[in-house]
Design a protein around this ligand. Sequence first.
Ligand SMILES: Nc1ncnc2c1ncn2[C@@H]1O[C@H](COP(=O)(O)OP(=O)(O)OP(=O)(O)O)[C@@H](O)[C@H]1O
Length: 326
Amino acid sequence: MTSSRGVGIRGAGDRSAGDRSAGDRGAGDPPVIRVEGLTKRYGRRTAVDDLSFTVRSGRVTGFFGPNGAGKTTALKAVVGLARPTAGGAFLRGTPVTAVRPDARLLGVHIEPCGAHPGRTGRAHLRSLAALAGLPRRRVGEVLELVGLEEAARRRVGKYSLGMRQRLGLAAALLGDPEILVLDEPVNGLDPQGIRWLRTLVRERAAHGGTVLLSSHMLGEAAQTVDDVVVIDRGRLVHAGAIRDLERSGESAVAVRTAETGRLSALVAAAGGRTKAAGGGGLLVEGLDAAEVARLAHREGVLLEEIVERTASLEDAFFGLTGGADR
Ligand SMILES: Nc1ncnc2c1ncn2[C@@H]1O[C@H](COP(=O)(O)OP(=O)(O)OP(=O)(O)O)[C@@H](O)[C@H]1O
């Protein structure tokens, strides 16, 4: 299975993403991507389980889950590379299975990218462009866009993981597609590469394009994505704006005191909860730092340290998924 789905058949469209905008479409139009009751079983193993979510245009949507959660399997079904056991995906209201391959509509990068190790990066892209009826000059343009001009003459078999990611991205970008679906695009990129990728996907969304990208690290993607879809064991556990997820994480107050038993009882009486924290400290939930400080002061409990801890996105992710890779 290769990522060439969508490097398709229609003629040499070379409209820039800037020619489109989310406002091109009416509010009543079907969503750019809709996944409906998607289930994929391999024998007795259910990789994706009754998954439904919507991806909006003009936004970057992060598709998150621990290793083995079913992200790649679901993305393959979304782009028509895997046949669902039940349910399916719709692009602008049309079942993906009925969508004509079109490099200007859908660009996909899912490893393995299908490039023969003995061919050069440029030759690989040239054959994809020819197959899709795209002009040859697009190859030079995307090579420049992904920063692979120098490596383009080298054989793909000699590429690093980061270079293969850039090549896969170049292939996905050949048709300057309205929808970009990328599976773990950050894998193998150095910090500079991650920043570059972030800028690239943000720019596409800013110009009305739609990006759906997967990752197993929610915290790192916070600056890149607008919306999140989180799955665990193939099932949806959260979908919504990243800002809502950031806000949903409950903050806690970390305190150190010699009178943990007394403070715990006082917190419970005030409607809060406590948990033992490392180093003899206490973690208070359900009260903010000012309330804990006032309570301790009023009851004469000496606090040696008090710190408000805001839950991180990573905490929220672990809370949603249990955190364990499988
Ligand atoms: N072709 C296949 N045959 C059998 N089982 C498969 C196949 N592809 C995936 N699976 C199983 O389906 C489950 C989901 O795998 P998938 O690769 O979709 O998860 P993922 O979230 O993308 O994981 P990772 O982050 O590790 O890439 C795993 O248990 C995996 O072993």
